[in-house]
Design a protein. Structure first.
Length: 253
């Protein structure tokens, strides 16, 4: 399994995953030209992409969809609740609807239903052979019913959106601050670090902190909050912070 974050943040999100002979994208919140550039740097052609998975329909996750559809033939996986938001740009004959557990070639995909102010928002657990990737972004909380399922996986990609003090002391209107802090908003550094402290295990190789706010967080704060929390465990995975304008290194497990 190979995993690379192409972009992460409030201006656009996109990731690339390869499992054996199957390669796919998660979200397309970047331009078509940037996507081609990132794929080219990896030695990948767009024709190598098998499908696209969407986590939800906010613009920073779908802004490049309409152009990408014109230059590709692969299917797009969504939840039915997302379709009203996408019907003007996503033809029915390009759509596949998620099931809570499904098999995509040799990959087992388990949906993680997230809590965000977008219809049908989801995260994912990917399992390929003995390898695993947890992908969770844009959620106000993580339902505890998923913790057992998500424990001790090899790669965690998890939102660490904001520092609560920076948010409350910052320039955002009060209504927007309340939305971010709500159960349908975003995960804070502290909350994410607490989830990860409970989830990481002996098989965990990488933790990638994602979707950092441009105004209410810093890479240093996000990193140090989770680093200090993980120091309290017996496990010490590589900790990385995903960036908006710079793709991550290629992670292999």
């Amino acid at each position: 399994m190979e995993f690379k974050v192409l972009a992460s943040g409030s201006k656009g999100n996109c990731s690339f995953v390869t499992c054996g002979t199957t390669s796919f994208l998660i979200d397309i919140g970047i331009t078509y030209h940037r996507l081609l550039r990132e794929l080219d740097w990896m030695g990948v052609c767009l024709s190598d992409v098998s499908f696209l998975l969407l986590t939800h329909t906010h613009r920073d996750h779908i802004s490049g969809l309409s152009v990408l559809l014109k230059h590709s033939q692969f299917r797009v996986y969504i939840r039915e609740e997302m379709y009203p938001e996408l019907k003007d740009i996503l033809p029915l004959d390009r759509i596949e609807f998620y099931q809570d557990e499904m098999h995509l070639n040799d990959i087992t995909l388990n949906l993680i239903h997230t809590s965000h102010d977008a219809p049908g928002s989801v995260g994912f657990l990917f399992t390929y052979l003995e390898h695993s990737l947890v992908y969770i972004t844009d959620t106000g909380y993580l339902n505890r019913k998923y913790l057992k399922l998500l424990k001790n996986k090899e790669i965690y990609y998890m939102e660490s959106n904001h520092d609560e003090k920076m948010l409350m002391d910052g320039p955002y209107p009060y209504v927007l601050k309340q939305r971010i802090l709500s159960d349908v908003g975003h995960l804070s550094n502290e909350t994410t670090s607490e989830y990860l402290q409970e989830l990481v295990g002996k098989d965990t190789k990488y933790v990638v902190l994602a979707h950092l706010s441009e105004h209410n967080n810093t890479e240093e704060l996000a990193y140090s909050t989770t680093f200090n929390k993980l120091k309290e465990t017996e496990y010490h995975p590589v900790l990385l912070v995903a960036k908006q304008e710079e793709a991550s290194e290629l992670l292999e497990v």
